[in-house]
Design a protein around this ligand. Sequence first.
Ligand code: DQA
Length: 144
Amino acid sequence: MIAVLNGANLNMLGKRDPAQYGSLTLSELESRIYAWAGELSMTARCFQTNHEGALIDHIHEASGWATGMIVNPGAWTHYSYAIRDALEIVAAPVVEVHLSDIATREEWRRHSVIRDVVDHAIAGEGPDGYRLALEWLRGALAHV
Ligand code: DQA
């Protein structure tokens, strides 16, 4: 079971700047993730929160059942050492996903404080980034 965790403001997809984030809503994105997981013979469970502590609690809880994690922490990516430390505890492979290409946006978005504790990172592929993350995890899990 893959835990797919979306953080702050990702519930506003569809209303946020479509040039950066596209026009899919979060529930449409989650439906795609469930469909992609099915096509790849995987299972996924999606979670979104705007509360940093709730994301930390969920990472702790999911580390007990998830065989892999996909995480898009939103803006917490750039400054939350607490989320970084929670992800560091996770033994399963973790993929960091961003819809937009954070490397080519504002200076403050270019640094990810979680990058050194994740196993793979995908940015700038829009919703397909989550499919690429599932595919990457499927490959990684085939080797364990
Ligand atoms: C984001 C990029 C972050 O900089 C931003 O704060 C988000 C979304 C992305 O998916 O592109 O909320 O993580």
